[in-house]
Design a protein around this ligand. Structure first.
Ligand code: ZN
Length: 160
């Protein structure tokens, strides 16, 4: 059994049996220090692979997400993770409703991560990749330097 993990699956701190994989863009979303980073390093140390999906799979996922209308809710990272799960015929681990919807359409197996009642919500921050300015809401480009904005999980995980 192969599992493909999205950012929230890695940050859940849960251990999934079998082989695990994630995609390069997920790594950009995890702050390179602190608890989140240690979880990522730990997952890699127990064998989680970082794999880029082939362009062909990415195209199929994009077309499907357009068809289902989920494309607007999906980041490049989400699309990459979906494409990887599709390519590896893996089980996708995600709590994201739009990703689950596209997975269903593509007949990708998926599983939610959190058990009911103990939902953990990720707070996203947006960071300029050039000057490091942090934005709480998504902006197209950095208002200071025009740099590229990357989404990243904040270290504060909120318990609902
Ligand atoms: Zn900037």
């Amino acid at each position: 059994m192969v599992y493909v993990l999205d950012t929230s699956a890695i940050l859940s701190g849960k251990i999934f049996g079998g082989n695990t994989a994630t995609s390069p863009k997920v790594l950009n979303e995890i702050k390179p220090k602190g608890h989140s980073w240690r979880l990522l390093e730990y997952m890699k140390s127990i064998g989680m692979k970082v794999i880029s999906p082939p362009e062909e799979s990415l195209e199929i996922v994009k077309e499907t997400a357009e068809k289902t209308g989920d494309i607007a809710n999906l980041s490049d990272t989400d699309l990459e993770i979906l494409a990887l799960a599709y390519h590896l015929k893996a089980t996708l681990l995600t709590d994201d409703y739009s990703m689950q919807n596209v997975a269903r359409e593509l007949k990708i197996d998926y599983m939610p991560i959190v058990e009911e009642g103990i939902k953990k919500k990720i707070e996203w921050i947006y960071v300029c990749s050039s000057c490091g300015k942090i934005y709480e809401k998504y902006v197209e480009e950095c208002i200071i330097c025009g740099g590229k904005i990357k989404r990243r999980a904040s270290n504060k995980a909120k318990h609902l």
